[in-house]
Design a protein around this ligand. Structure first.
Ligand code: ARG
Length: 244
């Protein structure tokens, strides 16, 4: 039930109400050149993503559930949405994890966009084993989503630092949590989190992509973490798509 509501919210973020990183600060696209945002053909930003190869962007499956490749645009190198900095690249094709069940709480919330041309930014490497998934490890989350739960999307790229938490704590917060598919991050007291519009974007530790923003109950609520796709669990499947 709760999951269905969360999905409905994520899918139906209207132009006037899309959230970004909560409790964060402005981030520089120069420092994080591989973070991108996704828009529809009208230019409306609805998700984030990460450049993982010259023509490949990794995002969340739930971001692309209702999106055709020909309407999808990837904005690279633009920190401030109101500018024309960087470039807008068309999607040539979209590959959604075949195990994604239509709901981020079911796991496998990842997808790969093939760009119509190469982009000139460094790719972020993928986590390839579980060593980076230590409780209390500090991670950086990034996005143009809402800056408070009932806010509007950010004009600017935002960043926040959040600690990973243990599978026990994540399970206590979300009964749907699965350690093989997800990692959670945030503070028990809330206050710092990703939010609507940040989905698909990176959770990064020391220059490695560890998570993909996936779901949460509201944003930055006490006792509720942000839940991220566990990249290391899916690295073989993802890398299989990068060579195509
Ligand atoms: N599902 C949201 C989106 O599509 C992201 C939610 C992240 N929520 C959270 N509390 N960390 O943008």
């Amino acid at each position: 039930m709760v999951a269905a509501v969360l999905v409905a919210l994520a899918a139906a973020v209207p132009a006037a109400a899309s959230p970004r990183v909560v409790g964060g600060e402005r981030a520089s696209i120069v420092e994080y050149p591989w973070v991108v945002y996704l828009t529809d053909s009208t230019g409306f930003q609805f998700c984030g993503g990460t450049v993982v190869a010259a023509t490949k962007v990794l995002t969340a499956a739930h971001c692309l559930a209702n999106q055709r490749a020909d309407n999808l645009r990837v904005v690279v190198g633009r920190e401030d949405k109101r500018t024309t900095d960087g470039r807008v690249v068309n999607a040539q094709s979209v590959w959604v994890s075949p195990n994604y069940r239509g709901d981020p709480t079911g796991g496998s919330d990842f997808a790969v966009i093939t760009l119509s041309r190469r982009v000139n930014v460094p790719a972020l490497p993928l986590a390839s084993d579980n060593t980076l998934y230590q409780p209390n490890a500090m991670a950086t989350v990034l996005g143009w989503g809402m800056t408070k739960e009932s806010g509007e999307a950010s004009e600017y790229l935002m960043q926040a630092a959040v600690p990973l938490d243990s599978d026990t704590a994540c399970t206590a917060a979300y009964q749907q949590y699965r350690a093989s598919a997800m990692v959670c991050a945030g503070y028990q007291q809330g206050g710092v989190d990703t939010c609507q519009g940040d989905s698909g974007g990176p959770l990064e530790i020391n220059g490695v992509l560890v998570g993909i923003t996936s779901f949460g109950d509201g944003c930055a609520r006490p006792g509720k973490y942000g839940v991220y796709t566990r990249v290391a669990s899916y690295v073989t499947a993802i890398e299989g798509e990068l060579d195509r």
